[in-house]
Design a protein around this ligand. Structure first.
Ligand SMILES: NC(=O)c1ccc[n+]([C@@H]2O[C@H](COP(=O)([O-])OP(=O)(O)OC[C@H]3O[C@@H](n4cnc5c(N)ncnc54)[C@H](OP(=O)(O)O)[C@@H]3O)[C@@H](O)[C@H]2O)c1
Length: 268
């Protein structure tokens, strides 16, 4: 079994450690690092993994998973540069940090993989897109896929598609939460207690998502099943169409992808 080091013991770092242990990785094969020693110690003790300094972790690990914020990436790469050897895989979860950026700051020929994860990984329902760099081997890509599979689903795609992945699944949970907020508000307007409205909406969302996943039916088919002619659902959907909600979603997601592209090219 190979050793995996998670650099950056924050939200994503801990999510991965916890997912990997629950999916059967031995704690002894995992290492964590961080900037604040207390945080690293707490995490290491909680999961029974080793807490090390960045350089030592890079020396120990075969797979290096970089979970720091994009603005902290340059400093981290400088710290580990001399400790990355041929045969290592470097996996980055940082939004907008390209494989070209990573490759140019690591020894020539390093195998790198860029990942776009999302927050439902916290509850093992993540959706991650992964893209190989120029020197990435099939084994390394498979290892990155296995790592991310510990907390959700993974799709492999070319890096040119990662702006779209960022816009759809990366930012996607926020769009869904926004719709949920609106539906709860509507329930309150109609006189329901807020807690009841919340329970109705959350379970409806969960049920609808489960139907999509388990029936494999097209969403249009599922929608038509609840749209009786002249009934309540079509009255509501007519309003959504009149307010161009579908077009607004497409435009919003296009804007997120454009912003992702800007950020990846270094524009603030
Ligand atoms: N959270 C998300 O939903 C999400 C979604 C998609 C992508 N991502 C990506 O995942 C990455 C991590 O995000 P996050 O939400 O987990 O951030 P976070 O909670 O702030 O965690 C980042 C961690 O990195 C540590 N750190 C900073 N510089 C370091 C260094 N040189 N060496 C070791 N550790 C260092 C920080 O330490 P301190 O606490 O001491 O500052 C912090 O604990 C980001 O690049 C983000 O773009 C996150």
């Amino acid at each position: 079994m190979t050793t995996t080091a998670i650099f950056g013991a924050g939200v994503m770092g801990e999510t991965l450690v916890s997912g990997l242990i629950r999916s059967g990785r031995r704690a002894g094969d995992l290492v964590v690092t961080g900037r604040t020693p207390d945080k690293v110690r707490t995490l290491a003790e909680h999961y029974g993994v080793r807490g090390l300094a960045n350089a030592e972790a890079a020396d120990t690990a075969d797979t290096l998973v970089l979970c720091v914020k994009p603005q902290d990436m340059a400093a981290l790469l400088e710290e580990i540069h001399d400790h990355v050897v041929p045969g290592n895989a470097v996996v980055s979860l940082a939004a907008g940090i390209t494989t070209e950026y990573l490759e140019s700051r690591l020894p020539e020929g390093t195998s790198v993989i860029r990942v776009m994860p999302n927050t439902p990984a916290l509850v093992d329902q993540g959706m991650a897109g992964i893209s190989p760099g120029r020197h990435c081997t099939d084994d390394h890509l498979a290892e990155a896929e296995a790592l991310l599979s510990s907390c959700g689903k993974v799709v492999r795609l070319a890096e040119k598609h990662l702006d779209a992945v960022t816009a759809i699944s990366g930012s996607g949970p926020a769009y869904i939460f926004y719709v949920v907020e609106a539906m709860i508000e509507a329930g309150v307007v109609l006189g329901l207690p807020r807690a009841t409205a919340t329970e109705l909406v959350v379970q409806t969302l969960y049920g609808a998502a489960t139907m999509l996943r388990e029936t494999h039916e097209h969403p249009t088919v599922l929608r038509e099943q609840v749209s009786s002619p002249g009934g309540t659902t079509v009255a509501a959907l007519r309003q959504l169409d009149d307010h161009k909600v579908r077009a607004a979603f497409v435009t919003a997601i296009e804007a997120a992808a454009a912003r992702s592209k800007q950020l990846a090219s270094g524009q603030v």
